[in-house]
Design a protein around this ligand. Structure first.
Ligand code: S3P
Length: 433
């Protein structure tokens, strides 16, 4: 799909962002594990989460769709998930593959997980090693690449895990193996990553303690029960593109309603605060076990900053957008310690820099980050950018392009369907062209 966008002058209005992708994946998996009847409200109906839904079907889990985003998981025997009847295509979704690899490790039988060209080139050794130590048998292609063939079953009773990478997908793979396998685990993360799995386990009344990167979870033999109604908040990572665009387009003022502000996800807000952004957090409240708020964003004159260390995992998906925003700040911005960006849906360091240079950005890159020095004042009438089928690159480049050029043509932009199918509709509604 090719998208054409004119230059936007300003952003005004109210946005209700799509449902949180990370929580939607997890809500579906938890509904498959829980023994009670559950209604989930506001599941993200985008490609990645539908991929998890289809995968869970193969494990024997059925869930009914009541209306848009509203699903009912009945209390039936078929909620007992078991060896899948066929191989599972995780398509583009790393979360599906890594979380389900954990679950499969605790299920007696064989599970085969594959994915698209991008996913089959993303690192899986990071989950293979600990799950193997826990007792699963896992085969992969050379270099720990998918397809993965997992023979799961009885796992060891106690597991201590101190991963090298702060990754919520990795941590959640282990926690789901424990949740379904009935064991005890202690995990010490090198830095805090998103904690949605821990929050759902706590919501289910499980014996879990977490915080500051340390997680202790003891699963007894009892069944897992969730509240009868699970509400999913708006996705901060999707809302972020409009936060960014409002900050860089003069005279902008927008309100983003009911968006998740879980501190393990909102490193971007801390960095933008350092950069002088005008963002107000209003109407703070809880939804499920997640903090939620409305955000008011005004155009701001930003200054450059340095982003490194423990904030990186708390804004990993927002780093491409931050690089875009940095091009509008006074002074340079340095991003360090972000090597994980190279193993996302694409190499988000090199691909992003390549495309942003076409818009006049002055960027240098290295193995774990980039420096954005500013922008040459070029004023091309029309720029063609490639999004490489990466949803976060597509949305970050749409922000940069619509702020800078008379006409932006985005190739491979249909990847927004992965996490935010209505992104271009919402952009057209909020922008004043
Ligand atoms: C996710 C975790 C992050 C993030 C991804 C979603 C999740 O990946 O980049 O978009 O839902 O757990 P890592 O945990 O591998 O950093």
């Amino acid at each position: 799909m090719i998208i054409n966008l004119p230059k936007a002058k300003s952003l005004k209005g109210i946005l209700s962002p799509p449902a949180d992708k990370s929580i939607s994946h997890r809500a579906l998996i938890f509904a498959a594990l829980a023994k009670n009847e559950i209604i989930i409200n506001n599941i993200l109906e985008a490609e990645d989460c539908l991929t998890t839904l289809e995968a869970l079907n193969k494990f024997g889990f059925k869930i009914g769709r009541l209306s848009t985003g509203r699903y009912l998981a009945k209390k039936l025997d078929n909620k007992i998930i078991s060896e899948p009847q066929n191989i599972i295509d995780c398509k583009n979704s790393g979360t599906t593959m890594r979380l389900l690899a954990g679950l499969a490790s605790s299920i007696a039988g064989l599970t085969i997980l594959t994915g698209d060209d991008s996913l089959r080139n993303r690192p899986m050794q990071r989950i293979i090693d600990p799950l193997t130590k826990m007792g699963a048998e896992i085969f992969s292609r050379s270099d720990g690449l998918a397809p993965l063939a997992i023979r799961g079953g009885e796992l060891q009773k106690n597991f201590y895990f101190s991963p090298q990478i702060a990754s919520a997908q990795l941590k959640s793979a282990i926690l789901l193996a424990v949740a379904n396998g009935g064991m005890a685990v202690e995990i010490n993360e090198p830095a805090v990553s998103r904690d949605h799995t821990e929050r759902l386990l706590a919501l289910a009344g499980e014996n879990i303690k977490y915080g500051l990167g340390k997680i202790i979870y003891q699963k007894d033999q009892s069944d897992l029960y969730l509240p009868d109604l699970l509400e999913i908040p708006g996705d901060f990572s999707s809302a972020a593109y409009f936060i960014g665009l409002a900050l860089i387009l003069s005279k902008s003022e927008i309100i983003i309603k009911e968006v998740g502000i879980n501190p393990t996800r909102t490193g971007l807000l801390e960095i933008l605060d350092n950069m002088n952004a005008k963002i107000e957090i209003l109407n703070r409240h809880q939804l499920g076990n997640e903090p939620v708020a409305d955000l008011k964003i005004n155009y701001s004159q930003l200054k450059g900053t340095v982003i490194s260390g423990s904030v990186i995992p708390r804004m990993i998906d927002e780093l491409p957008l931050l690089a875009v925003i940095a091009g509008f700040a006074e002074g340079k911005t340095i991003i360090k310690d972000a090597a994980e960006l190279k193993v996302k849906e694409t190499d988000r360091i090199e691909m992003l820099a390549l495309e942003l240079r076409k818009l006049g950005y002055q960027i240098s890159t290295n193995w774990d980050g980039m420096t954005i020095y500013g922008r040459e004042n070029i004023k091309p009438n029309e720029v063609r950018l490639d999004c490489y089928q990466d949803h976060r690159l597509a949305m970050a480049l749409a922000v940069a392009g619509t702020a800078l050029t008379k006409k932006i043509i985005l190739k491979n932009a249909d990847s927004v369907n992965i996490s935010y199918p209505d992104f271009f509709r919402d952009l057209r509604n909020l922008a004043i062209f």
